[in-house]
Write a protein that binds this ligand. Sequence first.
Ligand SMILES: Nc1ncnc2c1ncn2[C@@H]1O[C@H](COP(=O)(O)OP(=O)(O)OP(=O)(O)O)[C@@H](O)[C@H]1O
Length: 218
Amino acid sequence: MLKFENVSKRYQETGEVLRDVSFHLRRGELAFLTGHSGAGKSTLLKLIAVMERCNKGQIFLDGENLSHAREKHIPYLRRKMGFIYQDYKLLQDRTVFDNVALPLVIAGYGHQEVARKVRAVLDKVGLTGKEKKFPRALSGGEQQRVGIARAVVNKPPMIIADEPTGNLDPDLSAEIMRLFESYQQMGVTVLIASHDISLISRMNHRLLKLDHGQLVVS
Ligand SMILES: Nc1ncnc2c1ncn2[C@@H]1O[C@H](COP(=O)(O)OP(=O)(O)OP(=O)(O)O)[C@@H](O)[C@H]1O
C-alpha cells in the first residue's frame, strides 16, 4: 500500500533530514512511526501527503509513484489518505456535521448522500446525537473523534495520523487507538506518528523508528 524506496530528503536550510529510508506497509497494516524530536517524522508524513518532495528515492502509494506526481494530480492522490492531527484542526464556526461533511461536499456528493455518509461515520466513531454541536462544546476525545470521522468519511485506503493522542489522557488515548484498530480490521492501512512510548509499548503493532533521519527499526 505504501512503499518507500531509498528515500532521502534535504531542506536547504537544515541539510539532509531523511537518509535512505526504505519500508513497505502492506494493506491493512497498522504501524507506529516514532523517534526523537527532530528525527524526521513530520517530514516523512509530509512526503506521503506530497506537501514536500523527496530528493532521492521513490515513494509509492497504492501503486502510484508519489515522487513523480504532477501538481494537478496531487488532490486526487490526497483523496486516498485521511489525515488526523494532534490539534484536531476542526473548523470552530461549523458544526460537527459540517466539519465531517466537508470532504464529501468538496468531492461533489449530493445533499442526501452527504447526510447518509456523515450519519454513518458519526455512528461508527460514537458521536451520534452530537451532529449539531460546535467543536468547543466537545471534550478533547470527542473532538479527535470528529477529526477521525472527517478523515475517514470518504473511505480512504490509508489513514495518516500525526500525534493523534498528544492532547489526550491515557484512557482517551486508548479509546482513540481502538478506533484506529477497528479501521485496520476493515482493511485500512494506518500510520501513526507518536512520541507516546507507553501507549506504543502497550499495543502490539509494528514500529518504524527514525533516528537522525535514518530508519533504525522497521
Ligand atoms: N520546512 C522546513 N525547512 C527546513 N528545515 C525543516 C523544515 N521542516 C523540518 N525541518 C527540519 O528537519 C528536521 C526534522 O524535522 P521534523 O519536523 O520532520 O521532525 P519530527 O521528528 O517530526 O520532530 P517533532 O517530533 O519535534 O515534531 C529538523 O531538524 C527540522 O528543523
